[in-house]
Design a protein around this ligand. Sequence first.
Ligand SMILES: CC(C)(COP(=O)(O)OP(=O)(O)OC[C@H]1O[C@@H](n2cnc3c(N)ncnc32)[C@H](O)[C@@H]1OP(=O)(O)O)[C@@H](O)C(=O)NCCC(=O)NCCS
Length: 264
Amino acid sequence: MSTVATETGDITIRKCSGIEELEACVALQKEVWNFDDVDLVPLRMFIVSQKIGGQTIGAFHGGELVGFAFSIPGSRAGHAYLHSHMLAVRDSFRNHGLGRKLKLAQREDAIQHGIELLEWTFDPLEIKNAHLNLSRLGAIARRYSINHYGHSSSPLQGGLPTDRLVAEWWLKSRRVVNLLEKKQPPQFHVEKRIEVPAQIYAWKSSPDDRQKAADLQKRNREQFLSAFPNGLVALGYERDAQDNGAFLLGRWDEQWSYASKDED
Ligand SMILES: CC(C)(COP(=O)(O)OP(=O)(O)OC[C@H]1O[C@@H](n2cnc3c(N)ncnc32)[C@H](O)[C@@H]1OP(=O)(O)O)[C@@H](O)C(=O)NCCC(=O)NCCS
């Protein structure tokens, strides 16, 4: 599908095929999240997803899988969409644009299959992911889920409740097309900022500082939960030179929605 040049050579982005490549995704999942086996998405689920309209797209360095994006089909209010459950890049291959390229390949494939929405959840304390999702891909967030998965065995979670924002990536929206195809970042009036200090990574990984991370999570959770019902949407993300982050909330001037009363 596409190729990304890195210091360690070219990486090819393409759909995974065959059981061995899907097994490599399970192994990379284990490596990246360091989950207990009980939390792993098993091989069988990757196989099922491929058969029912999901996507498993890999990043290959030579023959070796170094990243993947995995999604499963969903339906809301009568509309088919894709839920992207995992995006992973091997540590030593990060920050070369592979995560972004994997998402762009998901978008391209989804559009070819008549899909206009890709969704996924992400931890609002992860500054890097928020930047990638909102600023680089043009996703928006206007739903917040408290302790979405219950307890997670992944050290990346730092033992905190698994709070998640839902990223909605409206593939053909003006916002996304302008950003990705015309390189025009969206313009909007910022009505609220929700801040995440760069120290969050250190706080999450140190038992002594974990309470600071928990306090921040609680404070930001309250801010999101009061902003979203008032029509505010996370439309942007700002990082400063020290890698502190801030969600930028405003009103979205487009109408894309598959909102359903059944959703919780
Ligand atoms: C999230 C992940 C897939 C991204 O992969 P990647 O190949 O490193 O992503 P990219 O290189 O395309 O983009 C990373 C962006 O984050 C930025 N970034 C890197 N570290 C950062 C930090 N500490 N704070 C803020 N931004 C950061 C990079 O500068 C880059 O932005 P840019 O393109 O504007 O320069 C990868 O980090 C990963 O596997 N993480 C663990 C699993 C995970 O969290 N998955 C996603 C949730 S399901």
